[in-house]
Design a protein around this ligand. Sequence first.
Ligand code: URA
Length: 311
Amino acid sequence: MQIDADMRALAATLLDWYREMGVDTAIADEPVDWLAQGDAAPGAAFRLPSAAADRHADSLPPGGERLRPGGTPPSQVRESPPLFSPPQGERAVTSRADARPGFSATPPDAAELAARSLAGKAATLEELETALAAFDGCGLKATAKNLCFYRGVPQARLMIIGEAPGREEDLEGKPFVGRAGQLLDKMLAAISLKEENVHITNVVYWRPPGNRTPTPQEAQVCRPFLERQMQLVDPEVVLLLGGAAAKQVLGTTDGIMRIRGKWRQIEVGGHPVQTMATLHPAYLLRTPAAKRQAWRDLLAVQTALDQGSAS
Ligand code: URA
């Protein structure tokens, strides 16, 4: 009896410690010993699903080209061109160092190249989701419960891109279903739009642990899927929610307060698409006074959609 009580007290102490460390959800029924995985980052066990690449990798001579953590030699992955490009004068930000003036773009690593190859082969959103579900190149997948692909309709005139799934999204496997999502739905309703009129997604498809901002590498490895998704959705207007989405899609290092409310044109699969960055609903929940600015941005989006294109 005393032993049971001691074990319960011990378990309660351990759970308290987990909670204080930021653990707020269990991701599997069985514990995983991450320490037993050596130094590899979660997700690093990724392999390009190409028999030819694997054959080649297996037959590399000792001292031949070193495998990246992804398992595939970079030279074996054929790079296809990016499917969307940021506005003229801006370029995609690939890392913090890259964001500093004078630094050249970091070469894409094997995981990103494989993502590009997989995403480029997807002819439909279903195929893209299947490819994403099988893709192990993003470390976020290892600690998430579910893939959060999109909410809304497959083709929409308005595509909305946020930062990353949170706890509720991870549990449900859909973007923007928590408190921020409820506010987003109200914002859309205010301009006469519903879930059936829009396509909602994020810069990364898995919840970052503890809801931290995705790293530039995590965003970058998901980017080919997002580019392909934009092509397949074929929107007229893309609304970017918050700084992370705006930075990733527009390739700018400017803060959200500077870039919000302005139309910028990007190219998606060779077609011009208008984008508008605005404040993230999670920020609006914390800072209700900023809703006025977001409202102005939404009205501009509504006008653009009413007129058939953004100006
Ligand atoms: N915040 C986001 O950026 N995306 C979600 O899906 C939920 C909250």
